[in-house]
Design a protein around this ligand. Structure first.
Ligand SMILES: Cc1cc2nc3c(=O)[nH]c(=O)nc-3n(C[C@H](O)[C@H](O)[C@H](O)COP(=O)(O)OP(=O)(O)OC[C@H]3O[C@@H](n4cnc5c(N)ncnc54)[C@H](O)[C@@H]3O)c2cc1C
Length: 488
C-alpha cells in the first residue's frame, strides 16, 4: 500500500501558506511541508520589489490577527512587510518546513490510495492526504503580447519581477497599465527619470491616502496589546462600512466615494485636458480604488505624459513605442504593470480529481467553489483565496484566516475520527455559488459599468466576495456536516 510522504502539503509560502502551516502546528498536524516555486519564501511581499511597493490596507489590519507588530507607519512599505513575513517564519520555525524551488506542476487524486500525488518541477512525486493550495491570486503576472516585442532592445520587465540592475536615472520610461502597482511605481520614480509615458486603458478613481509615520510615543502606545487591538478593530469596522456603498447604497457611495474623489482630482490636477483624461466613466469602486496622495502630482509632473486608450501602444520597434495615433516615442525601459489573472488563472497547474475530473474543465464556464475553498470530486483539497474570496474593501488576511477555520475543521474532523476523505456535496456547492452570484448582482463590481480584473471571461465577477467580510467568516466558522460527505 502506498504511504503518504506528508499528511498535508501546502503549495505556496505567502500569508496563505504561512497561516495554513501555523494552523497545522496548532492542530497537532506537524507532518506537513510547504512547497514554494521561488528561490525565496514569503509570497507577495518578497516577490514584489518594485519602487514604491506598499500595502493599501492599514497595517494593523493587514497582518495576522494573532501576530501584533511594531509597525513604523500606518501603510507599511514592502521592506517592512517582508520583515514581518520573516518574523512569522522565524517565530513558528516555518523555514525548516519549507522547500523552495519546488514548482508544483500537477496534482492528481487516487481513489485507490486516497492520496494526492503532487508532481514537483515536472518530475519528482510526493504523496499527501490533504492538499492546501495557497498559490496566491496575484502571483502569476500577465504580460500582453505586443507586435515587435522581440525586437525591442531596451530593458523590459513586469512590476512583479522588477529588474534592479537597470538604473532609471535620466532614462525614457514607458509604463503600460495604470492600476494599483503602476500608481505606486509612478510617484516613486518620476523625479529620477528623463521622461515617463504612462499608457492607461482606463483611468482609476483615486482617493488621498491618510498615511501616518508613527511617532515614538505612538509606537510605544501601540505596543500595548489592547490599544493595538482597539486600533485594529476600529480600522476593521471603518473599512467594513464601505460595503454599504459597494453593495447597498449608491447614495452613500456617491457621498463618501465619488464626491471626495472628484473634489480631490479637481484640487490636485490643474490642467483641464489631463483632468479629463483622468476622470473615470464608471462608478467608483467598480475597479479597485487607488488610495494615493502622490499619484496625481506625479501624473501632472512635467516629465510625465499620460496616453489614454485612443493613443495606446500598438507596436514596439528596437528603441521605441508606436502608438495608435502613429506617434513614435523613443524609450529605454518598458515596464509592464499589467496585473495578474485573478479569475480564470487562479491555479496555474493541472489538478485532476476523482474519476479523471480536471479542474480546468470543471471551471470551463467560470471558477467556483464552496466558500471559495472546496469543490465536489476533489476530496481533501482546499483552495486558499479561491474563487469569490477576494475583498475589495478590507484585508485579504482577514479572509485567509476565515478560510483556515473551515479548512482546519474539515481536516481535523477526518484525522481525529480516523476517516479517509471529506468532500463538499455538489448540491451544497451549487447552492453556495448561486447565492454568491445572485448577491453579486447587487454590487458595483457587477454593474458599475467597468471591465475589471475582478471579472472572468464569462463576465461573472470571480475575484470578489459580494458582501461583508464578517458574513464570510460566519459561514467559515462552523463545519456544516450536511454540506459534506465524509468517508471511512
Ligand atoms: C503588489 C501587490 C499588492 C497587494 N496589496 C494588497 C493590499 O494592500 N491589501 C490586500 O488585502 N491584499 C493585497 N494584495 C493581495 C495579496 O495577494 C494578498 O494580500 C496576500 O498576500 C495573498 O497571500 P497568498 O499567500 O494567498 O498569495 P501570495 O503571497 O501570492 O503567495 C503565493 C505563493 O505561492 C507560490 N506559488 C504559486 N504557484 C506555485 C506552484 N505551482 N508551486 C509552488 N509554489 C507556487 C508563489 O510563488 C507565492 O510565493 C496585493 C498583491 C500584490 C501583488
Amino acid at each position: 500500500m502506498l504511504k503518504s510522504d506528508f499528511t498535508v502539503v501546502i503549495i505556496g509560502s505567502g500569508f496563505g501558506g504561512q497561516c495554513a502551516a501555523i494552523e497545522c502546528l496548532r492542530n497537532d498536524l506537524d507532518d506537513f511541508v510547504i512547497l514554494e516555486r521561488r528561490k525565496f519564501i514569503g509570497g507577495t511581499w518578497s516577490q514584489n520589489t518594485y519602487p514604491g511597493a506598499a500595502v493599501d490596507v492599514q497595517s494593523p489590519l493587514y497582518s495576522l490577527s494573532f501576530e501584533q507588530y511594531d509597525w513604523s507607519r500606518m501603510f507599511a512599505e514592502r521592506d517592512e512587510l517582508k520583515a514581518y513575513t520573516e518574523s512569522i517564519f522565524n517565530k513558528y520555525g516555518l523555514s525548516n518546513k519549507t522547500r523552495t524551488q519546488q514548482n508544483v506542476t500537477q496534482v492528481v487524486w487516487s481513489e485507490e490510495t486516497k492520496l494526492w500525488q503532487i508532481t514537483v518541477n515536472g518530475n519528482e512525486q510526493l504523496y499527501a492526504r490533504f492538499v492546501i493550495n495557497a498559490s496566491g491570486p496575484l502571483s502569476t503576472p500577465v504580460t500582453p503580447l505586443i507586435e515587435g516585442q522581440d525586437q525591442f532592445e531596451g530593458a523590459s520587465f513586469h512590476t512583479n519581477d522588477w529588474d534592479h540592475s537597470i538604473d532609471l536615472k535620466d532614462k525614457n520610461i514607458a509604463i503600460i497599465g495604470s492600476g494599483a502597482s503602476a500608481a505606486q511605481v509612478i510617484p516613486a520614480i518620476i523625479d529620477n527619470v528623463k521622461s515617463l509615458h504612462v499608457f492607461q486603458r482606463t483611468p482609476h478613481w483615486v482617493l488621498p491616502r491618510w498615511d501616518i509615520v508613527f511617532k515614538p510615543w505612538q509606537r510605544k502606545l501601540l505596543r500595548v496589546k489592547w490599544i493595538y487591538s482597539l486600533l485594529r478593530t476600529v480600522i476593521y469596522w471603518l473599512l467594513e462600512f464601505r460595503v454599504l456603498g459597494f453593495k447597498y447604497s449608491r447614495f452613500i457611495l456617491g457621498l463618501l466615494g465619488t464626491r471626495p474623489a472628484k473634489r480631490y482630482l479637481q484640487s490636485t490636477v490643474n490642467d483641464d485636458e489631463l483632468r479629463q483624461k483622468l476622470t473615470p466613466d464608471f462608478t467608483i469602486g467598480c475597479k479597485r480604488i487607488i488610495v494615493s496622495s502622490t499619484l496625481y502630482p506625479a501624473l501632472a509632473h512635467d516629465n510625465t505624459t499620460v496616453h489614454d486608450k485612443d493613443d495606446a501602444v500598438v507596436k514596439l520597434t528596437n528603441n521605441a513605442v508606436v502608438t495608435s495615433q502613429d506617434k513614435t516615442i523613443p524609450i529605454d525601459v518598458l515596464v509592464y504593470s499589467t496585473g495578474y489573472d485573478a479569475t480564470d488563472g487562479i491555479i496555474s497547474y493541472s489538478v485532476e480529481g476523482r474519476n479523471g475530473a480536471i479542474l480546468s474543465n470543471v471551471w470551463a464556464d467560470f471558477p467556483r467553489a464552496y466558500l471559495g475553498t472546496s469543490i465536489p470530486d476533489f476530496p481533501n483539497l482546499f483552495i486558499v483565496t479561491g474563487p469569490n474570496t477576494g475583498i475589495g474593501h478590507t484585508s485579504a488576511i482577514f479572509v485567509i484566516e476565515s478560510q483556515m477555520r473551515y479548512i482546519m475543521n474539515c481536516i481535523t474532523k477526518v484525522v481525529q475520527e480516523h476517516k479517509s476523505t471529506i468532500e463538499v456535496t455538489p448540491n451544497a456547492e451549487d447552492k453556495y455559488t448561486s447565492m454568491i452570484h445572485s448577491e453579486m448582482e447587487k454590487t458595483v463590481w457587477y454593474d458599475g459599468g467597468c471591465d475589471s480584473w475582478y471579472k472572468s471571461k464569462s463576465g461573472k465577477v470571480i475575484a470578489m466576495f459580494p458582501g461583508f467580510s464578517f458574513n464570510y467568516r460566519r459561514m467559515c466558522n462552523r463545519l456544516n456536516l450536511n454540506d459534506h460527505i465524509i468517508k471511512d
